[in-house]
Every structure is written in structure tokens, then in C-alpha cells.
Design a binder for this molecule. Structure first.
Ligand code: HXC
Length: 515
């Protein structure tokens, strides 16, 4: 055998050992949990034959607690580059079969190296998290490693898309890094996210709780809002990611890729979707499906704060972000969670050059002690901030109710909307007619012989005066009152004439959004 052949043989053997991760028994355990291995995950997500692995032979440098006698292949993380739909991505996947995917300093260095690469190459970074967090045996080295990752997550924020998958029990830093990224994907039965696990809770608080109840996929998709996409299997999760990356640009200096335009294909008539009685609910996603190309809408955070709908669609082949009140849930009010959800989505769209279309039909902010004490002032202000700050094309269509703070918050002219459309059914007022009449005509109503009749009369007067779009249109706050069937055509027009939009803000280091 020549020297070269011998060397190649050695390389292959070393690769084969590294690819076995934590060994057969650990892989069997991983498979028994319904999980793919780290490399299988990467290969399933990226274009076929596109993955190139880096730093396969990196070794940990732990010395304590018997670490010097242990060999952790690749130090428990697989990193590299590849493509999705032919476009570059950087990726890492923690290998739970190696020390529970725990993060030591060298493991962290592999991740920060690929993050730096992604930032330099201006391409998305995808992190597959399956880790017990900071490696306990490495002490402060491990904490340093996470700190360096968080720092890069923050530097990359708004520059390249950052996508996190939670594909195992993830604790501590393994959930804080994802929390700093743009989109978090979880999978039923597989994903768990918590800062402190059930063991710690048992020790400190004496309480028994399962990992699933503490931080399972549904908990984060429905209750906390930490997760943006929920899938029933890893394969479904990978398909969701491919769909998402197809909608978004590769970095903040690019626009999303255009695709061939298509007409909406849903079998619905936009006029019939929205009931004329403002108290009747409907699914605003049907309105979106009547508007977007191929009726194809990718909803983000579908299961959390469902009183607002956010997500991506295409108009004449170009990606747009939708923010829409959902009358089907809590009448579409804004509350703490829906404000957070909308504000974050608006900021993502603004960072990545995605125009925003807002569909409005809501009675205002949710009243009540719970909301006030939960900080609805601070949370609600995030929506005002996010819309005001955004400089991408911003278009609003008022479908029905636009009351009070909600009217201002949902991308009104006053926060810098570029185009304001209203359907003839729009009602723009400080509050609903009933509430308004009860306040401003209280004396007349109380003094009337027939209070109910007087109330009806005054409500009627109020509706006549304010519950329509024409007062706002007469002031120029609404640009056009349009028929529902004109909506798509006018939105296409608005997008077409705003492709070159440029808008500047006062120079500053950064603003202070009401975090
Ligand atoms: C070292 C770890 C580890 C860790 C797991 N392992 N977590 N090794 N450091 N943090 C090892 C286990 O010892 C075990 O090794 C193997 O991984 C599999 O773990 P199991 O416990 O058998 O698996 P499972 O029952 O599925 O439980 C998974 C788990 C649990 C929920 C993640 O292991 C756990 O609670 N780990 C500790 C979580 C934690 O508190 N991490 C520190 C977070 S602090 P063997 O050899 O037996 O197979 C942090 C700092 C950042 O991250 C803070 C950010 C602000």
C-alpha cells in the first residue's frame, strides 16, 4: 500500500469512529426515543449531497471528573455548510449520544466558528439543539462557551436569519441561544425546553413534574410562545423549515427570492368571508387566502396568541408579511401576548426587507385587571414601536372595526402607513357605538322615560356619525375606501409602486423598544 493510500485509510477509519458519535448503545437509545442522529438530521434537512462537515476531529479539553480519560467524538456537535434549494446555509447539530450533547468549551468553539462563518458569508445559520446545556464537568469553561454563543446570536440578529430546532431535552443555554434567534421549531414528544429541569425543581422546590408538562412542545407552542412552529415528526419539521427559508431572504441586504406569480385558488368569495354584522366572528386567514398567490399562507406561531395572525404569503411572486386581527379568537383584541407576537414579527419583516400588509378588524386592547397587571401598557406599546420603526412598505386594510388604541396601533397612517385602505364596512371610532353612547349620552339616557329606546337612538346616532370609514377618509387618514373585491388588485398596486421605497430615521445607536 502506498503512503497516500495508507493515509487515506487512516482518514476513513478516523471518520468512521467520529461518525459513530457516542457509540452503538447510545445511538440505539436515541433511536428508541424516536429521534434521528445529529448527522441524519442535517442530511434530511439539506439538499442531497450538499453537506460538508467541519471540525470533525476536534477534541474536548476537560480535565476534571475523569474527563481526561473520556473521548467525546467531535466534542458532541456536528457543524458544517450545505445548501437548501441551492442556496448556502451554515448548520450545527448537537449530538445527544455524546455526553448528552452537553456544551463544553471546544463544542462551543465549533458552534461559534460556524456562526462567524455564517455572518461573514451572509447566509442563514440553523442550529439543531439536543443538549443538556452547559457541560457540568467543565464548569466556567462551559459557561464561557454559551456566553460566546449568545453574543454572536445578538450580533447576527437582524443581519442573517437564525433558525433553531429543539430536538431533544434542552436545558439552560441550549434554550437561551434559541430564544435569541428568529424562529424556533419544536416536535411533538421530542422537544423539551426549560431553564431548570425536573431534577432541579424536585431538589429546590420538592415538586414532581414531568419534562413534558414542564416544557414539552405544546407548552412552548401554545402557552409560552417560545416556539414558532410545531410539527408532529422530525421530517415534518424539516419540511416546515424548507418552506420558511423559501419565503425569507438570505440576509438583510437581499430581498426574498421571487417565484412565478399565481392567482389565489381558494374557493371563497372575499365578500362572503366577512359577515356584515360586526359582532359575527370569522376566520381572517380566509381573507388572507383570498388575497395571496396560490392561497398559500405560512402561519407563524399559529397555536399561540391566536387572536392575532402573523405569517408569510406572496403577492405577484414576492414575499410579504401579514399581520391580521383574528375576530374568531377573543374578537381579535390586542393583549399582552398578541402584542408581543405582532411586534416581533413586524421587526423580523422590517429587518429582512419584507413589506407588511395589515388587516384590521378589532375592538381595541383587552380590558381587565389581569391584563393591566400583566403589563398590557408595556406589551401593547411594542406594537406602536415596531410599526413606527419599520421602514419597509406598510399597507393597511381596515375590514370592519378599528376602535380606539387598536385603530392607531394596527399600522395607522399616524404610525407611518404608506397606504391606508378601508372597506365600506369599516368602523373607525374611539370605541364601539354601545360603549360610546353609554358614556357621552349617559345623562340623556338616564333622564329618558324609556331608557332603552333613548339608548338605541343614541347608538344609532353614533353609528351614523362615526361607525363608517368616511370621516377618517375626509381627513385623509384613509387614502381610499374600496370594495372588498378590489382588495388584491389594490394591494398589488401598492406593493408595485413602493418597490423603491426609501425612508430614513434619525441617526442613533439604537432605540429603546419597550422590551
Ligand atoms: C454533562 C450531561 C449534562 C450536562 C446531560 N448529561 N446533561 N453531562 N453536563 N449538562 C449527560 C448525562 O450525564 C448522561 O450521561 C447523558 O448526558 C444523558 O443524560 P440523561 O440524564 O440520561 O438523559 P435524560 O434522562 O433524557 O435527561 C436529559 C436532561 C438531564 C433533562 C437534559 O440530563 C438534565 O437535567 N441535565 C442537566 C440539565 C442542566 O441543568 N444543565 C445545566 C444548565 S445551565 P451518561 O454518561 O450517563 O450517558 C446552562 C448554563 C447557561 O446551560 C445558562 C444560560 C443563561
Amino acid at each position: 500500500m502506498t503512503d497516500l493510500n495508507k493515509n487515506i485509510q487512516t482518514l476513513r477509519q478516523k471518520k468512521a469512529v467520529a461518525e459513530m458519535g457516542g457509540g452503538e448503545a447510545a445511538i440505539e437509545k436515541q433511536v428508541a426515543m424516536g429521534k434521528l442522529t445529529a448527522r441524519e438530521r442535517i442530511l434530511a434537512l439539506l439538499d442531497a449531497h450538499s453537506f460538508h462537515e467541519y471540525d470533525m476531529f476536534v477534541k474536548h479539553d476537560g480535565r476534571d471528573f475523569g474527563m481526561d480519560k473520556k473521548d467525546f467524538p467531535g466534542d458532541g456537535v456536528v457543524t458544517g455548510t450545505g445548501t437548501i434549494f441551492g442556496a448556502p446555509v451554515c448548520i450545527y447539530a448537537q449530538d445527544f449520544t455524546v455526553a448528552g450533547g452537553s456544551l463544553g468549551l471546544q463544542h462551543a468553539r465549533k458552534i461559534t466558528k460556524i456562526m462567524d462563518h455564517a455572518l461573514k458569508m451572509r447566509c442563514p445559520i440553523i442550529g439543531i439543539n439536543d443538549s443538556g446545556g452547559a457541560r457540568i464537568q467543565e464548569g466556567v469553561q462551559a459557561l464561557a462557551g454559551y456566553g460566546e454563543i449568545f453574543y454572536r446570536n445578538t450580533l447576527a440578529s437582524g443581519v442573517i436569519p437564525q433558525i433553531s430546532l429543539i430536538l431533544g431535552p434542552c436545558a439552560g443555554g441550549a434554550v437561551y441561544s434559541p430564544a435569541l434567534t428568529d424562529f424556533v421549531f419544536v416536535v411533538e414528544n421530542i422537544s423539551k425546553m426549560f431553564i431548570t429541569g425536573p431534577n432541579v425543581i424536585k431538589t429546590v422546590l420538592g415538586e414532581d413534574i414531568s419534562m413534558e408538562d414542564l416544557g414539552g412542545a405544546r407548552v412552548h407552542a401554545e402557552i409560552t410562545g417560545n416556539a414558532h412552529f410545531y410539527a408532529c415528526s422530525e421530517q415534518e419539521c424539516f419540511e416546515q423549515i424548507k418552506r420558511l427559508v423559501h419565503f425569507i431572504p438570505w440576509n438583510n441586504t437581499e430581498r426574498s427570492k421571487s417565484v412565478p406569480p399565481k392567482e389565489p385558488c381558494v374557493r371563497l368569495n372575499i365578500e362572503d368571508v366577512v359577515p356584515s354584522d360586526p359582532r359575527q366572528p370569522y376566520d381572517v386567514r380566509d381573507v388572507i387566502r383570498c388575497i395571496v398567490d396560490a392561497s398559500d399562507f405560512l402561519e407563524v406561531q399559529q397555536l399561540w396568541a391566536a387572536n392575532i395572525v402573523v405569517g408569510f404569503g406572496r403577492m405577484h411572486g414576492e414575499t410579504v408579511g401579514f399581520v391580521a386581527n383574528q375576530p374568531m379568537v377573543l374578537a381579535g383584541v390586542l393583549d399582552c401576548d398578541s402584542s408581543d407576537k405582532a411586534a416581533r414579527f413586524i421587526r423580523f419583516c422590517d429587518s429582512f426587507n419584507i413589506p407588511i400588509i395589515t388587516l384590521e378588524d378589532m375592538p381595541g386592547y383587552l380590558p381587565g385587571v389581569d391584563q393591566e397587571h400583566a403589563g398590557v401598557i408595556r406589551h401593547g406599546a411594542k406594537v406602536l414601536y415596531a410599526y413606527s420603526e419599520a421602514t419597509v412598505p406598510k399597507i393597511t386594510v381596515i375590514l370592519r372595526k378599528a376602535y380606539g388604541g387598536g385603530y392607531i396601533a394596527m399600522n395607522s397612517r399616524h404610525l407611518g402607513a404608506d397606504f391606508m385602505f378601508a372597506w365600506p364596512s369599516a368602523e373607525i371610532a374611539v370605541m364601539g357605538p354601545e360603549g360610546a353612547a353609554n358614556i357621552i349620552f349617559r345623562k340623556e339616557i338616564m333622564e329618558a322615560e324609556d331608557e332603552d329606546a333613548m339608548r338605541r337612538e343614541k347608538v344609532g346616532e353614533y353609528i351614523e356619525k362615526f361607525a363608517n370609514p368616511f370621516v377618517a377618509a375626509s381627513k385623509g387618514f384613509i387614502d381610499s375606501v374600496i370594495e372588498p373585491k378590489e382588495t388584491r388588485a389594490l394591494l398589488l398596486h401598492a406593493l408595485e409602486v413602493s418597490v423603491l421605497k426609501e425612508e430614513f430615521r434619525p441617526a442613533k445607536k439604537h432605540g429603546l423598544p419597550p422590551f
